[in-house]
Design a protein around this ligand. Structure first.
Ligand code: FES
Ligand SMILES: [Fe+2]
Length: 360
């Protein structure tokens, strides 16, 4: 399997149509990219209050990796495997407030850091316990109260979060409240990477999103690429809600309506003057994707104006074009396309990373 994207966007071609239709590519993306990328876990409220553990499945219906998020007596959060190291029973379903994890099959016990503690009837077992009898524990990163984990990190998330912090660190992230009434899942009939392709360019805004285009200044829309992250900045066309940036902010004096952060490959953190819309793109199969919109509000008064209003309408407009492209890529007469050097830097960045990780 070999894909290459020319680093010079002026000469580069997009990933070929075949990339989105190839079952082996889809599986390889699942294993390499999703097996190693950083995943959104949620905010700290997913951990029990006080000590204990909560179970979750990472990318349910796709990776289906059973995890535990624990909080120990030192108030530290850990992400552990929820699979018992004896004979692979799932240790916990739901939430527990116990200081230990006890497997319901044969009683193996672990502490909230995943350390093996005790196992009945193993007194005569030799060379036991070994390091592999502890529960595997996974990397955890945090910004505000938002938690991210990776099963086998492809890259270091810390510098990415530092870049994000430089732009939005002035916002009181701890005051962002999750709003389930404003959160929603969308089912999109398209390959997951096509949803991301579309997200990664503002090029289509004047053509596809008339309402959004009216509040954004298309001319100054900007894309900045980092290592495994990129940022699109939407500026207000005037009179709309913008961030109240502090004097020492790198964008001070600019009318910023939205910061759209994308973390490779499937995670979007969209900051608006009212709060945050997290989008997690969850593959189901090659033709179906679930996109979860998770909403955090901190200034309710700004909720219904500016670039962050009408998210539902914008989403449906995006689905229309993404599903259209998904069908278009099945044509025998389309092989590959080119990038706009001024408007599609984000898509070029994404394709370059996909090609790198999927190639043998
Ligand atoms: S599978 Fe957990 S104790 Fe046997
Ligand atoms: Fe869009």
């Amino acid at each position: 399997m070999n894909y290459r994207i020319e680093p010079d966007i002026k000469k580069a071609e997009t990933l070929p149509a075949e990339f989105y239709r190839n079952e082996k590519v889809f599986e390889r993306l699942k294993e390499r990219v999703f097996g190693g990328c950083w995943h959104w876990l949620g905010d700290e409220s997913i951990c029990p209050i006080g000590v204990g553990a909560s179970s979750l499945k990472l990318l349910e219906g796709f990776l289906d990796e059973p995890l535990l998020v624990t909080r120990n007596e030192q108030d530290e959060i850990n992400v552990l495997s929820n699979i018992c190291t004896h004979r692979a029973f799932m240790i916990l379903q739901g939430t527990s407030h116990s200081k230990q994890l006890i497997c319901g099959y044969h009683g193996r016990r672990f502490d909230l850091n995943g350390r093996f503690k005790h196992m009945p009837e193993f007194g005569e077992a030799e060379d036991f316990p070994r390091a592999c009898d502890h529960l595997p524990s996974f990397d955890l990163e945090q910004i505000g109260s938002f938690l991210f984990t990776s099963l086998d990190p492809l890259f270091d998330l810390k510098p990415t979060l530092d870049e994000i912090e430089k732009r939005i660190g002035f916002l009181p992230l701890d005051e962002f409240g999750r709003r389930d009434d404003l959160s929603k899942d969308y089912l999109v009939n398209a390959h997951w990477a096509l949803y991301c392709d579309n997200y990664l360019e503002g090029f289509h805004i004047p053509f596809v999103h008339a309402d959004l285009n009216a509040v954004l200044d298309y001319g100054s829309y900007e894309t900045i690429c980092y290592d495994h992250m990129n940022l699109q900045i939407g500026y207000s066309s005037g009179g709309e809600e913008v961030f109240d940036l502090p004097h020492d902010h790198m964008d001070y004096g600019k009318e910023v309506a939205a910061y759209y952060f994308w973390i490779f490959p499937n995670l979007m953190l969209n900051f608006y003057p009212w709060g945050l819309s997290v989008n997690v793109v969850k593959p189901i199969n090659m033709d179906k994707t679930k996109v979860s919109f998770i909403t955090y509000v901190y200034d309710e008064s700004k909720l219904h104006s500016g670039a962050g209003a009408l998210l539902d309408k914008v989403e449906r407009e995006d689905e229309f074009v993404v599903e259209g492209v998904h069908l278009g890529l099945k044509s025998k007469h389309y092989r590959t396309g080119r990038f706009s050097p001024t408007r599609e830097q984000g898509v070029h960045h994404f394709h370059s990373l996909l090609a790198k990780y999927v190639s043998s």
